[in-house]
Design a binder for this molecule. Structure first.
Ligand SMILES: [Zn+2]
Length: 420
């Protein structure tokens, strides 16, 4: 019986959202939180993009150090042999790739203006898979962009060609959020049965069905005899109306009527990290969490009306499917209302030491930070200043601790190489 795995694409689809972005340190923290949560794989960035190179290399180094383990770090590139070559030149240690190409006639005519045929698409894709294999890629997913508007027979042909050349998974991209749970179920089941490939469900929310479609698609894949991989983003941040929300997908898969009796995650997911990861992504993207967001919205556990409040006070399960503590909520938050010393791009050593002492007081025993030594403290402060230049907002506790704990990695994350 197939299982469900999560591939989070916040650091790829999320950051390519119009008007939004993350610093390289924020992207790294997200990888760390996803790993803690039990997410199988993070699509951690763009290996052909020059300003990502050092970030990607630094995160692969964290993986080798065991900090980003067992999560798998995978890069997203176009299914073009030349791009594969560039990816391995800029990020030689990359091991996992997703190769993306449009498959629908709409894209062939609308985007490629009829200059490419279906045969050209197949040829480009298999050449890219061959190239990735020749450079030693350990796992390869092929992405059919606009799969939901692609003729099924061609999609099957695409999947079979990819499989024949050694690809491991097929990403079914509902790029425009066009599917509904009924259509995606029907298509994806046939796709799984006829290709014999594990399927990734990549669903967008243009019609408000990203999570429902992901769940229906996962069920279809497993019913079709394969493992299912659901693509998520934190808080559903993604292009236009966004992607399937990570926390909502976990809740839907584990708490909805009867689903988990048969369809389960292939590894342990720690839902208690939900609150922390949602809050951090909201802060990092500078996008508030909607008040009615499943699980992590401010009202997700708020009750006012007489009948509801009465029911909750007697037995919480009368009006709640899951509890706040399951998602890591329930602790009061401290907000400074008086004097405050922050770190910034122009901070000095005494303010910085004050901030770090406060943090370390909270996390006693976590580590012996090298703050007693003036030289080392200055070096860490310099990195914190650089991090502030990129983030343009005060760093959170975990970012400061990360810099103090892994200064060499932080230095890499914060370095932009001069253009050649
Ligand atoms: Zn997308």
């Amino acid at each position: 019986m197939g299982k469900i795995y999560l591939i989070d694409v916040t650091n790829r689809d999320g950051v390519q959202t119009a008007k939004l972005g993350l610093s390289k340190l924020e992207k790294t923290l997200i990888n760390i939180y996803l790993n803690e949560m039990g997410v199988f794989q993070s699509e951690f960035g763009f290996p052909t993009t020059h300003h990502e190179s050092l970030y990607l290399q630094a995160n692969l180094e964290l993986a080798r150090m065991g900090v980003l383990h067992p999560i798998r770090l995978e890069g997203w590139i176009r299914a073009v042999a030349q791009d594969v070559e560039t990816a391995f030149r800029l990020v030689p240690d990359i091991k996992h790739l997703n190769l993306s190409i449009s498959t629908s006639d709409q894209m062939l005519y609308g985007k490629f203006l009829g200059k490419k045929t279906r045969e050209d698409i197949l040829k480009m894709m298999v050449e890219a898979v061959d190239a990735a294999k020749s450079y030693g890629a350990e796992s390869i997913g092929v992405n059919a962009e606009d799969a939901s508007r692609t003729e099924l027979n061609f999609l099957i042909k695409f999947g079979l060609a990819a499989k024949e050349h050694g690809a491991d998974r097929l990403r079914y991209c509902d790029t425009l959020g066009y599917d509904n749970p009924f259509t995606i179920y029907e298509t994806v089941k046939k796709l799984a049965e006829n290709t014999g490939m594990p399927i990734e469900l990549h669903c967008h929310g243009d019609l408000g069905m990203a999570v429902a479609n992901s769940i229906a698609g996962a069920r279809a894949t497993i019913d079709g005899g394969q493992d299912a991989y659901i693509n998520t983003t934190i808080n559903g941040i993604g292009e236009r109306a966004g992607n399937a929300d990570l926390v909502a997908v976990i809740l839907a898969a584990t708490k909805s009527k009867g689903f988990a009796d048969k369809y389960q995650f292939g590894n342990n997911i720690d839902l208690s990290k939900a609150w922390k990861i949602a809050k951090f992504a909201s802060y990092a993207f500078k996008v508030p969490i909607p008040i009615n967001q499943p699980g992590v919205g401010a009202n997700a556990f708020a009750h006012a009306s007489g009948i509801h409040a009465d029911g909750i006070l007697k037995d919480a399960t009368t009006y709640e499917l899951y509890s706040d503590t399951e998602l890591g909520r329930g602790e009061p938050e401290q907000v400074e209302t008086g004097r405050e010393i922050c770190t910034g791009q122009y901070s000095g050593i005494s303010g910085f030491r004050h901030v770090m002492r406060n943090i370390m007081g909270e996390t006693e025993g976590e580590m012996a930070l090298p703050l007693h030594d003036d030289k080392e403290a200055q070096e860490i402060l310099e990195l914190v200043r650089y991090a502030n230049v990129e983030a343009q907002k005060p760093l959170v506790k975990d970012e400061l601790l990360f810099i103090a704990k892994y200064p060499a990695i932080a230095k890499k994350l914060l370095t932009l190489k001069p253009l050649e």
